[in-house]
Design a protein around this ligand. Sequence first.
Ligand SMILES: [Zn+2]
Length: 331
Amino acid sequence: MTPESLIASAAINIGLAFIILCLFSVFRKQHSNANIYYPRRLSLHHPISFDRSFTLRRFLPSVDWIRDAVRVSEDEILCTCGLDALVVMRFFKLGIKFFVMCSAVGLMILLPLNCSNSYGSSSTSRSMDSLTISNIPEGSNKLWIHFASLCFISFFGIYMLHKEYKIVLGKRVQQLRNMRHQPSQRTVLVRQVSLCDEHKTFSCNVDHFFSRYHPNAYHSFQILYGGNLIEELPVAFVTFRSRWEAALVSQTQQHPNPLMWITQMAPEPRDVLWKNLSIPYKHLVLYRTGVYTAEVLFTIFFAIPVTAVQGIAQFEKLKTWFPPAMAVQLM
Ligand SMILES: [Zn+2]
């Protein structure tokens, strides 16, 4: 790899990131995109002010959102978006810290070490190889520094992951402790409820079933209704006296037919998509297959453009495809 290729590759990647950030900052100012960028605030009916006049400011990229995003504290993220969002944010921060440490070791220790050797012919002097480990001769004691750096970075990564895991575990335990009095912690979602032969309703059968089979643990239930609020759905939320009993019921088979009385721990109320609860259980398998297929296709079609960009980032190809790139050679 030549220095020109490296600069061209870096320029393409930085340029693309810059363009995407600019597009994001412009799109988020348009009120027609509000349901994409502010779905939570819209669902909570919080007012969002948009500049609707055709001013230049509305169509110019801005950076004030970066300052606002950095100022949000962990407690605010936990309160408004939940623990999962906080874990993702912390994972990004961990990645940045690890990248900074790797860069520091590479630039301050390994790069000067590799450059200090005049190993190799003059033809490689313009090549990036003079910056890599291939510039150090075989058997040189300097390779021990490379080995030590690798060990240091590996142990640093393991230490950071260990520390992160402990912090996330602590937050999870704290969250469970805070939420222990909420009914959702003792509630099980039951699907495929069967019809009561005697009373011809689903709701009374939920009561009959759990009063009979879990008399000491069962507390109360809430059947779900269809769009017209009259038609009962064979889906119910059943609340138990303790978290332990709810967990036991959610993890055991309730009926000889495994496709009847299917239980799982109820999601948190804010995570429930009420419309989706009316989807019949047998269709859920098809939905899962659809989501899995979409995931695979998305991964493949995301990888293709990324590979293509990396491919044209080779300077020799780029010169023929995009002649202005030759300006890099003048630097
Ligand atoms: Zn009945």
